[in-house]
Structure formats: structure tokens, C-alpha cells
Design a protein around this ligand. Structure first.
Ligand code: ARG
Length: 459
């Protein structure tokens, strides 16, 4: 078979090798763009009609054909064939079969190079909207949990060593802040996705009188790309999106890591609902935090997609090169991964039980209020470095005598400094330790309540 059946087959004498056909086709993954390809073609045809490049009859016939193809694709009855190479050519071929000569005019003033970027931009624009909604749900879930756990005290960690008591609500809101920044990043990325590429044609624009502003209005693009060469070569918006997705994955992964640790018997700070855990095929007692582990694990594959995208772009001569077809699988898989991960984390969060008593009990242990004692001495006029040394010796004394800080008596404190008074005992209470930290952004109840009020006012 020669290639005269291919839309680009005019100059070819020989048919494509079957293996090459298999190797170069993208239809098995870019078919997910079909709705956007048709939406773009409908707008392009309408513009061609308005400009008198095609007749009103031809435009009508194209429109009818495209609507029918969309129906078939939605119903799943359309037969995709790898011989058609990609979704753009599959739709064009089907249109020509239906609408004949009129169908042959659809590709006027257009190249697959600008068409494919249009499809991806339309698709990604919708997907980002959806993702923004899911992120809002996750943030709402964190806010609700923070409100439920408003006064719960937990040990705060640095280096995974008990550091200072904090409010669990403060901890939960720290993730709210991260996902809030993620939301802003996606909104910003959306601005650069939302630019019309159609009309750049292959790389240089066209001599035909296209009305790009009209197409932009039809497709609700607030901007039209300004350089046809950049337009067909640019995939920054995809790299940027995958980067933003990588950061969300990283944030979720850190949260999940805490949940994995906290759900161990050794910590036992949380109980993840049965609905979000799985068992072991051999050990009957096991209830594993697999969902949290999988979100953590899937972060790696999204980072991989970011590397793939950046690497695809780095050595490309201007302008379009077929390498760019490799942008889609990383993008699609990133979208599938980040969307399902955000959704599932929101569900898991809504069904987590925090073991309040256990957290509070642990919050006061292992010298977590040592800094409070040092600050207590500072308030009595002692220099911080000296106070640090005094409390260090108190800790050493406790370790030697196997005592918790909270078990020390006033006479024992006095042995280390005469300025200790009976109010030092109250400072050892985790609740006091927490509530005295009233600096802006600190963990005291007043500060956390203020932040919650602020969030509720602005979102
Ligand atoms: N399937 C191609 C892609 O995804 C469409 C553009 C093809 N253009 C070309 N000049 N071969 O990039």
C-alpha cells in the first residue's frame, strides 16, 4: 500500500513500515483529547465561514459532521485505527468520509502543529479548573479537622525528635498553608495555559485572512499568542504545570509520611479508618497505611514526568519537532496521579481519628518544655545563653536520676538557680507552654483561632 491514503501522502511512493506506524502513532493516548479537538475545529470552521474562506453550506456540513463524530466517540462506537496516526487525523479523515469536499477544507490555514497545542491547552485549562476545586475540598477538610482539634496538644518535632508542644490544629493548618500556595501556583500557571495558539499554522502564520481574535472569543481565550514560532515550539506551560503538580505531590507525601509514622504502634497518634487501609495476606493482625504510602510513592513518578518534559525540551532546534509528541503521556499521567491523590487524601483525612490523650501525654514528655524553662529564666532577667546552660544541666540531672522534667520539685529547681519560683511548675504544663507562644504565626490558641477566623473571612 502506498501512502496516498494518508493526508500527507502526496509525495510518498512507498507505504509506511508497519512497525514505524506503530512507533510513531499517538492515537492510543491522544484520543483523550477528542472533545477539545472537535471544539477547536468547530471554532476554526466558524471563523473560516465568517471570513468567507469557506461557504456557509460548507461550514454547516463540517459542523454537522463534527457533531456526529463527537457523538460516536462519546458513545464509544468510533473505531480508532493506528493508521490514522493521531486524534487530529482520525477526526479529519472521518469528517471527509462524511462531508466530502467541505471536510477537505477544514484544515485550511491550520497545521497539526498549532492544532495540537490548542487541544492540549483547552484540555489542561479544564483539568486545572477541576484540580483547583479538589484542592479547595482538601483545604476545607484540613480547616474542619483543625476546628475539631482546636485545643488538642501534640508533640512538635524537629529531626523527628520531640521538640516543643504544639496544637494539632496548628499542625493541620501548616498543610492548609502549603495547599493554599499550591492553589495560587495553579492559578498563575492557568494564565499562561489560557492563550490561543491557533493561527500560528506550521510555524510562520498564514497568508489566508484568519481572524484569530474571533477564534479567541469563541473559545474564551483571554489572550492570543504573539509569535508563531514560539507558539508551536513552546511547552513551558506543560513543564510548569508538572512542576506545580510535583510540589502538591511533595506536600501530600510529607503529610502522608507523618500519617504512616503516626499510625505505627510505636507512635499510635492516629487511627486511619478501615476504609482507607489494607491488610496483609499473611499477617492477620496487620492494618497497613497503604493509601498514604502510595501517595508518597506516586510522588516519584510525577517528579519523573517533570524530568522527562524538561529533557524533551532542552535540545530541540526551533520550532516544532516530533519529540514534542512525547509531552502528552507525562502530562496525562501527572494529571491522573495528582487528581486521584488529592481526592483520596481528602477522603482519608475526613475519616482519621486523632488519639488526643496519647498525643497530649507524649507532648509533655522527653523534656519538650525545656525551652519554656529557659524562657522563664529570661523573663527573670537572666541572659538567654546562661539560661540555656542552666536548663541543660537540669536535663542532665533528670537523665541521671531517671526523672521527667514535670516530676521535679521546686527545691530541686532551686538547686540550679535561686530565681526559680513556684510558678515554674505551671510552665511545665504543655497547655501553658503552647499558649504562651503568642508571636504572629505562633502555636498559641489565640493565634490559631485568629488564623482560622482570617481564613474563613477570605475564602
Ligand atoms: N501527534 C503530533 C503531536 O502530538 C501532532 C503534531 C504533528 N505534527 C507534525 N508535524 N508531524 O505532536
Amino acid at each position: 500500500m502506498n501512502n496516498s491514503v494518508k493526508p500527507w501522502g502526496g509525495r510518498f511512493k512507498k507505504g509506511t513500515d508497519r512497525k514505524v506506524e506503530e512507533f510513531t502513532q499517538s492515537i492510543h493516548f491522544d484520543r483523550r483529547l477528542f472533545r477539545y479537538d472537535i471544539e477547536g475545529s468547530l471554532a476554526h470552521a466558524r471563523m473560516l465561514g465568517k471570513q468567507g474562506i469557506i461557504s456557509a453550506d460548507e461550514e454547516r456540513s463540517i459542523r454537522k459532521g463534527l457533531h456526529a463524530i463527537r457523538k460516536e466517540m462519546e458513545a464509544g462506537s468510533f473505531i480508532f485505527d493506528i493508521k490514522d496516526e493521531d486524534i487530529h487525523m482520525a477526526i479529519e479523515k472521518a469528517l471527509i468520509q462524511r462531508s466530502g469536499k467541505a471536510g477537505e477544507k477544514l484544515h485550511t490555514g491550520r497545521s497539526r502543529n498549532d492544532q495540537v497545542v490548542l487541544d492540549v491547552r483547552l484540555y489542561l485549562r479544564d483539568e486545572i479548573k477541576n484540580l483547583l476545586k479538589l484542592l479547595k475540598d482538601l483545604k476545607r477538610g484540613l480547616l474542619e479537622a483543625a476546628k475539631r482539634e482546636i485545643t488538642t496538644i501534640m508533640p512538635g518535632y524537629t529531626h523527628l525528635q520531640k521538640a516543643q508542644p504544639v496544637l494539632l490544629s496548628h499542625y493541620l493548618l501548616s498543610f492548609w498553608e502549603m495547599f493554599d500556595r499550591d492553589e495560587q501556583r495553579f492559578k498563575d500557571c492557568q494564565k499562561r495555559v489560557n492563550v490561543l495558539p491557533l493561527g500560528a499554522a506550521a510555524l510562520a502564520g498564514t497568508s489566508l485572512p484568519l481572524d484569530r481574535n474571533y477564534v479567541a472569543r469563541l473559545l474564551k481565550f483571554p489572550a492570543v499568542s504573539r509569535n508563531s514560532m514560539d507558539t508551536v515550539a513552546d511547552r513551558d506551560f506543560i513543564a510548569e504545570f508538572i512542576f506545580s503538580a510535583s510540589v502538591v505531590m511533595m506536600h501530600m507525601s510529607r503529610f502522608c509520611e507523618d500519617l504512616v509514622i503516626w499510625s505505627s504502634n510505636e507512635f499510635h497518634y492516629v487511627e486511619i479508618s478501615d476504609a482507607f487501609t489494607t491488610g496483609s495476606s499473611i499477617m492477620p493482625q496487620k492494618k497497613n497505611p497503604d493509601v498514604a504510602e502510595l501517595i508518597r510513592g506516586k510522588t516519584g513518578r510525577v517528579y519523573g514526568h517533570l524530568m522527562a518534559m524538561l529533557t524533551i525540551l532542552k535540545g530541540l532546534p526551533m520550532t516544532y519537532n516530533r519529540d514534542l509528541q512525547e509531552d502528552k503521556e507525562p502530562l496525562f499521567d501527572t494529571l491522573d496521579t495528582v487528581t486521584s491523590s488529592v481526592e483520596i487524601l481528602t477522603g482519608m483525612l475526613s475519616q482519621i481519628t486523632f488519639q488526643r490523650e496519647r498525643m497530649e501525654q507524649e507532648a509533655g514528655r522527653d523534656f519538650s518544655t525545656a525551652t519554656d524553662i529557659a524562657e522563664y529564666l529570661v523573663q527573670k532577667g537572666i541572659a538567654f545563653r546562661e539560661a540555656h546552660g542552666i536548663v541543660g544541666r537540669i536535663v542532665e540531672y533528670c537523665l541521671d536520676n531517671r526523672k521527667e522534667l514535670s516530676k521535679l520539685t521546686l527545691p530541686e529547681f532551686r538547686k540550679f538557680h535561686a530565681q526559680f519560683d513556684k510558678d515554674v511548675i505551671a510552665r511545665l504544663q504543655p497547655a501553658n507552654s503552647v499558649n504562651l507562644r503568642k508571636t504572629i504565626g505562633g502555636t498559641s490558641l489565640v493565634m490559631v483561632e485568629e488564623r482560622i477566623a482570617d481564613i474563613e473571612k477570605t475564602s
